[in-house]
Design a protein around this ligand. Structure first.
Ligand SMILES: [Zn+2]
Length: 229
């Protein structure tokens, strides 16, 4: 698959036409509830969403990412690892996927069904993600759609499938990427549930994040893995 480097733009005002962005209010179907953390019960923080472009295996779909910033869930500060020695070539079960998303939630929907959710109170500052189509994988890009994984710990940890259905790499988020918050947003809980003292949130310990999706988008399942810088 082609790859697209996404460029984070300056803070600006969100419009109903925005489909690929960080922060602000999610643009997701009205019938989908804003998700809650199954560990602490707090509303999850909307981090970003991406409308997959033409040429991407998931063209026509949009993926929105939510994460708990209200509490620090030590054991789950990165996504749970399936019970395997290493990820390379493994088959992940949908049973595992159903239980591993505790303090985060990935929502997949048909792009045209999204609406700006005024029932959500913004925490992360709104910034557009500008898509440029390219075949050149850029290690420095904050978000990369499609393409090949950039492994920062050396080893290849490409999982094979979910319930036997072959996976493709949907998206990567660069390691150490911080999500700037608006001034009035609560500070993020971190280790020992003390609070970060700056106006940024991080996702999954600010590791490099890999979103794997079933190639055949008629069963749009997502598995998330990480590598630490
Ligand atoms: Zn929580």
């Amino acid at each position: 698959m082609l790859n697209w480097n996404l460029e984070v733009m300056e803070k600006t005002k969100q419009t109903a036409e925005d489909k690929t962005f960080i922060g602000g209010k999610p643009n997701i179907p009205p019938e989908i509830a804003i998700p809650q953390c199954s560990l602490c019960g707090e509303e999850l923080t909307f981090m970003f969403q991406v409308e997959f472009p033409k040429g991407h295996d998931w063209y026509g779909k949009t993926m929105a990412m939510f994460f708990c910033t209200a509490m620090f869930h030590d054991e789950f500060c990165i996504p749970e690892f399936p019970d395997v020695p290493d990820l390379y070539g493994v088959d992940i079960t949908s049973d595992f996927l159903n239980r591993y998303a505790r303090n985060f939630k990935v929502i997949i929907f048909d792009s045209e069904k999204g609406r700006v959710r005024e029932d959500y109170k913004e925490k992360v500052a709104f910034k557009r993600l500008d898509i440029s189509s390219t075949n050149c994988l850029n290690d420095e890009a904050d978000f990369v759609l499609g393409g090949d994984p950039i492994w920062i710990m050396g080893e290849d940890e490409t999982p094979h499938s979910i319930d036997g259905k072959e996976l493709t790499l949907l998206l990567q988020v660069r390691e150490d990427y911080l999500f700037e918050t608006i001034e009035s947003a609560p500070l993020q809980a971190t280790i020992n549930n003390e609070f970060c003292q700056d106006h940024n949130y991080y996702l999954f310990a600010a590791d490099r994040i890999y979103f794997w999706g079933v190639k055949d988008q008629s069963s749009p399942l997502v598995y998330i893995s990480v590598q630490a810088p």
